[in-house]
Write a protein that binds this ligand. Structure first.
Ligand SMILES: C[S@@+](CC[C@H](N)C(=O)[O-])C[C@H]1O[C@@H](n2cnc3c(N)ncnc32)[C@H](O)[C@@H]1O
Length: 210
């Protein structure tokens, strides 16, 4: 499979005159971005496999997930999809061959991994040259804000109770440090509970080998 240009523009995630809800924004991202992926597609931290339904039927999905309960559910639903497989592993150490994937998905997963740099290095390794990583993540609020201080305060609790989820991750810096090339990146605030503003980023990155 050869990618030339990635056509969906992430700027269309913005809604004029309103802040979308967190789940609404996530579903809109899935509907916008995922149908453009095809071939061997890796869903990193697949959870309950919610991204799979937005991929084209021709995509062969590898769901990578460490949590045993989610792996059991993913294995049950993989039976109904041609070419689907489930790998129980962490993003930091993927038992997958080099250059074996056409695309990778991180949908609210880089908030949960233990080591973002290691996970991104692994994604770079398993993507073939020209392959793409699409990312949708909630991220840390701006430095020095009450929002960021609050996110840091609740982080130990959410790490312990929500499968490692860290609300104050500087994911944009990690993407910048990675060997992947950022092709598109947008920052969008979603409306959270109690009127809270939840900063998100959506990005498309490519493996470009010279
Ligand atoms: C918030 S859920 C997102 C699930 C799914 N991507 C989605 O869009 O609904 C985060 C997922 O990352 C998984 N996870 C946690 N640590 C991980 C790691 N080190 N490597 C890969 N996945 C991890 C969790 O088990 C969980 O399923």
């Amino acid at each position: 499979m050869t990618y030339t240009a990635y056509s969906p523009s992430l700027s269309s995630l913005w809604t004029p005159g309103g802040r979308p809800g967190v789940m609404d924004l996530r579903s809109r991202w899935r509907r916008l971005v995922l149908p453009a992926l095809d071939g061997e597609v890796l869903d990193v931290g697949a959870g309950e496999g919610r991204s799979t339904g937005s991929l084209p039927g021709s995509a062969r999905v590898t769901s990578l997930e460490p949590h045993p309960g989610s792996v059991r559910r993913l294995r049950r639903s993989a039976k109904g999809r041609r070419g689907a497989r489930v790998v129980q592993a962490r993003a930091e150490a993927m038992p997958l061959p080099d250059r074996s994937m056409d695309a990778a998905i991180c949908c609210v997963t880089l908030c949960s991994v233990d080591d973002q740099d290691r996970a991104l290095a692994e994604i770079h390794r398993v993507l073939r040259p020209g392959g793409r990583l699409v990312v949708f993540e909630h991220v840390a609020g701006p430095k020095g804000t009450w929002l960021r201080a609050g996110q840091k305060l609740v982080a130990p609790f959410s790490r312990a109770t929500d499968r490692g989820c860290h609300p104050a991750r500087d994911t944009e810096a990690a993407l910048d440090r990675s060997a992947l090339r950022i092709e598109q990146l947008v920052r969008i605030d979603a409306a959270g509970p109690w009127g809270l503003r939840i900063p998100h980023l959506a990005a498309v990155l490519g493996r470009v080998d010279r």
